[in-house]
Design a protein around this ligand. Structure first.
Ligand code: ATP
Ligand code: MG
Length: 327
């Protein structure tokens, strides 16, 4: 089986529809076709100001949502990043392979540093830690959304550079980005990606939102000039985003939806979509709440996941340390 690995940051109480469609659902699909590793990135979550109690809570909540969405700890290794020390160990070595210039060019660094008053060194070096997260496990594929393409490219570059300088050590991974669902847009600003860190929640549908809130957000989604329901991401980004979400959650094609809604109004589409989203998220939300009622069991699952992850990651760190000349 090919190996797959990916992570989600513990930066919010709830994941959003973009994380669910763009990342989580791919994880769930891959646990049957791949040897799969999925982790909760809590080291990454402290690159911007954070509250310790909140981070602890969010780490467990993110893990609960992984399982609630369908990840099975028997079939996939689910773990918390900070519990596998190798990530930090490999990251240091890769920091010495990366250059300041290439990190400054990362668009996510440019965006996030512009939004934050205090810019930590970690915010800059974060993509190197991400490269370590990935390369430690020698994955063949890394399922992510479109926004991570640049970071994946950096990971590949660092792996190649390390291998060229110190000998074949890392597998150069391929990004696995599903074109149709790789970027779900904000409902209030359909030119920006739906994001945990966006300042307002109005354009973001959270997995754990109450059905009423979901319906309200979809109803007030920004639509476009004209009345025709058509798929045209350039000219009609709002409606196209709604169609993308609809298609992703029902499995029907965008074309089929467009012909189904021919001659009908935006309002009709929104009412139906609200129903689709609410019913798709309902089991995930309910299961998350159940899992969070007993966090001891959740923590046991994460302990087992970390132990399995360490077996592989520690071996890679040994190879890396030997390659660079550490005693
Ligand atoms: P933050 O704003 O804190 O960076 P985020 O919403 O980007 O949060 P991440 O934890 O950084 O979430 O990303 C987790 C995964 O979800 C990544 O694979 C990312 O590419 C994917 N993802 C994030 N936002 C979207 C989106 N709007 N559409 C599709 N995939 C997304
Ligand atoms: Mg992100």
């Amino acid at each position: 089986r090919p190996r797959s690995l990916s992570g989600v940051q513990a930066t919010s109480d709830s994941l959003h529809l973009g994380n669910y469609i763009g990342a989580l659902r791919q994880f769930v699909a891959q646990q049957d076709t791949h040897e799969a590793f999925f982790f909760i990135a809590n080291l990454h979550a402290i690159t911007v100001d954070h509250d310790p109690a909140e981070l602890r809570e969010r780490t467990l909540r993110t893990a609960a949502q992984f399982l609630a969405a369908g990840l099975d700890p028997e079939r996939a290794t689910v773990f918390v990043q900070s519990q596998v020390v190798a990530h930090t160990q490999a990251s240091w070595v890769l920091e010495c392979v990366a250059s300041l210039g290439e990190l400054r060019r990362m668009t996510q660094f440019k965006d996030k540093s512009a939004r934050n008053e205090r810019v930590s060194l970690g915010l800059l070096s974060y993509p190197v830690l991400q490269a370590a997260d990935i390369l430690l496990y020698h994955p063949d594929v890394v399922p992510v959304g479109e926004d991570q393409r640049q970071h994946l490219e950096l990971t590949r570059n660092l792996a190649e550079r390390f291998n060229a300088r110190f000998g074949e050590t890392f597998t150069v991974p391929e990004p696995h980005i599903l074109k149709a669902t790789a970027k779900i847009y904000d409902l209030q600003d359909p030119t920006a990606k739906m994001s945990k860190s966006s300042p307002t929640a109005a354009g973001r549908i959270d997995i754990l939102d109450e059905p009423k809130a979901v319906a309200k957000k979809i109803k007030s989604a920004v639509t476009d000039a004209g009345t025709e329901i058509a798929y045209d991401p350039e000219g009609k980004p709002g409606v196209s985003n709604l169609l993308t979400i609809y298609a992703a959650l029902t499995g029907s094609s965008v074309e089929a939806l467009v012909s189904e809604y021919e001659g009908r109004m935006y309002g009709h589409l929104k009412v139906d979509l609200a129903e689709v989203v609410v019913e798709s998220l309902r089991p995930v939300r309910e299961r998350t709440q159940e899992l969070l009622a007993d966090t001891a069991e959740l923590e046991r699952i994460l302990d087992r996941g970390a132990a399995r992850a360490r077996e592989i990651a520690d071996t890679t760190v040994k190879d890396v340390y030997a390659a660079v000349g550490f005693l």
